[in-house]
Design a protein around this ligand. Structure first.
Ligand code: ADP
Ligand code: MG
Length: 385
């Protein structure tokens, strides 16, 4: 921390006066159904972006990240999107949107961020960053927003300002997170409920494949298209459905005939069964049925691998390695094709688990993974020292 304060002073020639943190997120279950009207069940985890801040007397807004060299500075009156500001666009975008909404901000800030959330690995460093800046602006200028408003603005900035397609899940999971609870979230209408995570001696572990997510975007769009095509065909028969997740698995035989296409059928089967697994997972959590929880996580991975086909060698290998190393369950999390998986592991057996999983994964891929236990935590916070 002392070091970070030193970087702040070297960068801005003044001392920081405020400190904030914002967590990362994992999705426990409900994968690739956020855009099919399904339910998701994410949770905020104990990996953070930290920000040191000081107020300025002029109208400059300044960002520096320990992950990048340059300090990015702009006038509050001139915050239009410009690709040359790269990563700092997330920060400028929040202020741009606030000013566009009519909020008066006359004096700027010096902001320095540092992070132990891997960038671009599916733990939502982007959503964490956006929410953090929204939270800081809300605190400094005393706008009085609730966390839901902060999350919605973050999504708007990611979609409209940065031009990156994303749903509400990531920003909501981070903004609305609470300690030892997960968020049962309807991504369609942004209604949600917090559910207690009662896992006894088991902890969630993040398995970072350290494989760049190259294919993610094109394959993601391909799946979205396949789902839309299927929905169109199914709507001709089931007139009152709005989304694939309005359907139930007792209709699968009929659906197979209607679609008359193996690939489309597999995609739809994943969506329908995954949505049902989310509800079953919530029930199992409420009953403290850890065996059922583990089974559902494993089945989710199997479905993402075989029916939705978004896992790939690295995710499958790390999930198999985790299972061979005594995880009671493991599945990919996020968009797939690299990024991260999660596992449920007995806390006392973590060290051995980590060693064996890393070894098995390395043998097959030649990549050293990062493996760490995480706590389930609350959303962005001001740190008073
Ligand atoms: P994910 O959200 O899964 O981590 P994204 O590609 O959506 O992946 O977001 C990663 C981007 O977010 C980075 O390329 C960078 O622009 C921004 N970002 C995240 N963390 C930081 C950080 N610590 N410093 C600067 N920019 C960051
Ligand atoms: Mg992101």
């Amino acid at each position: 921390m002392e070091n970070l304060e030193k970087i702040f002073e070297e960068t801005y020639n003044t001392k920081p006066t405020l400190k904030y943190i914002s967590p990362a997120r994992i999705n426990l279950i409900g994968e690739h159904i956020d855009y099919n009207g399904g339910m998701v069940l994410p949770a905020a985890i104990s990996r953070y972006i930290t920000a040191l801040v000081s107020k300025r007397d002029d109208d400059l807004l300044c960002f520096k990240s320990t992950a990048f060299e340059k300090v990015e500075k702009r006038h509050l009156s001139d915050l239009k999107f410009n690709p040359k500001y790269d990563w700092a666009n997330y920060g400028f975008g929040i202020f741009y949107m606030l000013i566009k909404e009519g909020y008066r901000i006359e004096k700027g800030l010096n902001i320095l961020i540092t992070s132990n959330i891997p960038l671009g690995s599916g733990l939502s460093s982007s959503a964490s960053f956006l929410n953090l800046i929204g939270f800081i602006a809300n605190d400094v200028y005393e706008f009085g927003f609730d966390m839901k408003t902060i999350a919605s603005r973050s999504v708007e900035v990611e979609n409209k300002y940065c031009g990156l397609k994303c749903g509400i899940m990531d920003e909501a999971a981070i903004a609305l997170g609470e300690k030892d609870k997960c968020l049962l979230l309807n991504c369609d209408n942004f209604t949600y409920k917090l559910v207690n995570l009662n896992l006894g001696k088991y902890k969630f572990v993040v398995l970072q494949t350290n494989k760049p997510r190259k294919l993610t975007e094109s394959k993601y769009n391909e799946r979205v298209d396949e789902c839309q095509k299927s929905l169109k065909l199914l709507k001709e028969v089931y007139k009152d459905i709005h989304n694939l997740c309005d359907l139930r698995s007792d209709k699968l035989d009929e659906i197979k005939e209607i679609l008359n296409d193996d690939i489309l059928f597999k995609r739809v089967r994943h969506c329908i069964t995954e949505n049902e697994r989310v509800y079953a997972f919530k029930d199992a959590l409420e009953k403290g049925n850890i065996t059922k929880i583990a089974t559902l996580l494993d089945l989710s991975h199997k479905s993402l691998k075989e029916d939705y086909e978004v896992t790939g060698l690295h995710l499958d290998t790390i999930v198999e390695a985790a299972k061979a190393s005594k995880a009671i369950a493991s599945r990919m999390t996020g968009a797939g094709f690299g990024g991260c998986a999660i596992a449920l592991v007995d806390e006392d057996k973590f060290d051995k688990f980590k060693e064996k999983t890393a070894k098995l994964y390395f043998e097959k891929t030649n990549i050293i993974p990062d493996i760490y236990m995480v706590d389930i935590v609350s959303g962005p916070k001001k740190i008073e020292e």
